[in-house]
Ligand binder design. Structure first.
Ligand code: CUA
Length: 370
């Protein structure tokens, strides 16, 4: 719980917590055993072989001859430390892999860090600041980004943390196993009020959580909010968001998410959150095969929160409308985003604008405040 007297360890409130603690205990025990053993031997041997005047001056034996040594001794003190360190490596790697691979059916929640607060968005539309409400016994996957510098989302009771980086999405997942309230810390020094960049995770029963969600913002789900943003920004003027509608200028976005996209330069790339983000902000960087470099950048026109909503909307196109399989042959259809959207008024500019340069958008594009 959040308010509590001194504890050596935080509570174990996620499925991974006990595993992390067991590995940590093993490391401490091995270190303690060898530290004590060595300290004991230093003292014991110093006393046992101390200089005794009655035995006369010390005599040097075999100073240049180490003799045959003991093969068995050499093997023992090589193999035991090797074995111990390999156990640590394999054990640590296995926990690391578990922590870095969110289960496929995880519940998704979006986190945006900024100096100095955590902004959290639930798919259903609820938003919160410095608080995270989640249901117990569900796999929760956080998709995180930063509006400014590097932060790090750390929940000690879940024994998990992950850097939150500007310009990139990182993930973190956990499965809470205990009801209660737990600390969130920022675990990366991020400026004056880094130490105040804290919050609370509330682990609730499924019913309580649904109640809490129901009392939410009333602004619609993230995908719905993403859709209105999509329309406000004029994305739909070029990118078809209906199956089989191909206007030839811009890739169809239906069923795009999660597929592999063939690029003009021959490479292919997975259409994930980072790809969509890059395609909106730096359209020139990855051009879809079969399309021209005509999309203007939306840098400065969309906030990180807004970007996450757009991504949710694009994800929802994939599932709602049954995706892509009905679509066409590769290059052109692979449905893809990233590129050229012929903004009619704007084509020439879009082509020549340097990466990241603000480009006058075609349609009136109000600055969107999230
Ligand atoms: Cu954010 Cu430290």
């Amino acid at each position: 719980m959040v308010e509590k007297s001194f504890q050596l360890f935080p509570e174990q409130a996620s499925t991974i917590a006990a595993h992390v603690d067991a590995l940590y205990a093993f490391l401490v025990l091995v270190s303690a055993f060898f530290s004590l053993l060595i300290a004991f031997l230093v003292v014991y041997l110093a006393v046992k072989y101390r200089h005794r005047p009655e035995l006369g001056p010390p005599v040097a034996h075999h100073t240049n001859d180490h003799g045959p040594g003991s093969m068995i001794l050499e093997i023992v003190w090589t193999v035991i430390p090797l074995g111990l360190s390999m156990i640590m490596f394999a054990w640590g790697a296995s926990i690391y892999f578990t922590e870095s691979r969110p289960p496929a059916d995880s519940m998704e929640i979006y986190v945006t860090g900024k100096q100095w607060m955590w902004k959290i968005q639930h798919m259903e539309g609820a938003r919160e600041i410095n608080e995270l409400h989640i249901p117990i016994n569900r796999d929760i996957k956080l998709t995180m980004t930063s509006e400014d510098v590097i932060h790090d989302f750390y929940v000690p009771a879940f024994r998990t943390k992950s850097d939150v980086l500007p310009g990139k999405y990182t993930t973190e997942w956990f499965k809470p196993t205990k009801l209660g309230a737990y600390h969130i810390f920022c675990a990366e020094y991020c400026g004056t009020k880094h130490s105040g960049m804290i919050g609370t995770v509330y682990v609730m029963t499924e019913a309580e959580y649904n109640n809490w969600l129901g009392a939410g913002s009333g602004e619609g789900s993230m995908a719905e909010q993403g859709q209105s943003l999509f329309n406000q920004l004029g994305c739909g003027n070029c990118h078809p968001s209906v199956v089989n509608n191909q206007n030839g200028r811009c890739p169809n976005l239906v069923g795009l998410f999660g597929t592999r996209v063939q690029l003009k330069d021959g490479a292919d790339v997975r259409a994930d959150e980072s790809y969509i983000r890059e395609s909106v902000l730096y359209p020139q960087s990855k051009i879809v095969a079969g399309y021209d470099d005509i999309m203007p950048t939306f840098k400065g026109l969309i906030t990180e929160d807004g970007m996450l909503k757009l991504i949710e909307y694009i994800k929802s196109m994939g599932t709602k409308n049954g995706a892509l399989s009905t679509a066409t042959p590769l290059p052109v259809e692979t449905s893809t985003s990233s590129n050229p959207s012929t903004h009619p008024a704007n084509t020439a500019q879009g082509k020549t604008a340097p990466r990241g340069a603000p480009v006058a958008p075609a349609a009136p594009q109000p600055r969107v405040q999230q």
